[in-house]
Design a protein around this ligand. Structure first.
Ligand code: MN
Length: 234
């Protein structure tokens, strides 16, 4: 993936430096997935399987990425094969099928395929710590403090009833916390997703059994990728 960049820097063509709109590294899962079209493939994790341990074990990550995420990708391909959705970019596909009768299988698997790529990018080893200055100022304007924001995000993740997701989003110029059920996500609303936390049981049951709160605490304090969150503000 690197050779085109090296080549360009040696022998730049006019306009080359403005042609790469996305500055995201090629290993970012969300960018990988969004650059694909049918048939989709499982995007790579942005870290090794053992790097989120002990907060998320290698075993959990292997099943979550290799089995669960893969299953959503496979089911998405099956659901859109030979349909109008094959050529559609993934975000557009999710928005087009949200809450549409008859398209539940496409929406659920497309959203879960995207949610998981976004979730992998929302984590990093070592994560947690403080958000970069621009995001931090926006968080302080919206929540009063980073600690209050973390508390609201934790509360959303812990209190989401049943399966679903907790999100940090930008909506109406403010940073907000949102929770969604099952496959639903902020793309179906007028909100820009910044971070995702998966609270389906498969995200933590092997490591924490029913103790979702302990899992979420580990994620929020030690794994959140604030740089990824800030990257969506530009
Ligand atoms: Mn999951």
């Amino acid at each position: 993936m690197r050779s085109p960049h090296i080549q360009r820097s040696i022998c730049p063509e006019p306009g080359d430096f403005h042609s790469d709109v996305s500055l995201a590294p090629s290993w970012i899962s969300t960018a990988m997935l969004e650059n694909m079209r049918f048939p989709y493939e499982l995007p790579a994790l942005p870290y090794a399987l053992d790097e989120l341990s002990p907060f998320i074990s290698e075993n959990t990550l292997r099943f979550h990425h290799g089995r669960h995420h893969q299953a959503y990708i496979d089911a998405l391909n099956q659901a859109i094969d030979d349909t109008e959705f094959e050529a559609m970019p993934l975000r557009a596909l999710i928005r087009a099928t949200a809450a549409k009768t008859g398209h539940a299988a496409v929406f659920n698997n497309a959203a879960q395929a995207w949610n998981h790529a976004f979730y992998w990018d929302s984590l990093r080893p070592p994560g947690g710590g403080e958000p970069p200055p621009v995001l931090r100022q926006m968080i302080e304007a919206s929540f009063g403090s980073v600690a209050a924001c973390k508390e609201a995000l934790t509360d959303a993740a812990v209190t989401q009833f049943g399966t679903g997701w907790a999100w940090l989003v930008l909506e109406d110029g403010r940073i907000r916390v949102m929770k969604t059920g099952e496959a639903d996500n902020p793309l179906t609303r007028a909100a820009i997703p910044l971070l995702a936390i998966d609270v389906w049981e498969h995200a933590y049951y092997l490591d924490y059994q029913n103790r979702r709160k302990d899992h979420v605490a580990g994620v929020v304090d030690h794994l959140l990728n604030w740089d990824f969150a800030a990257s969506h503000l530009a």
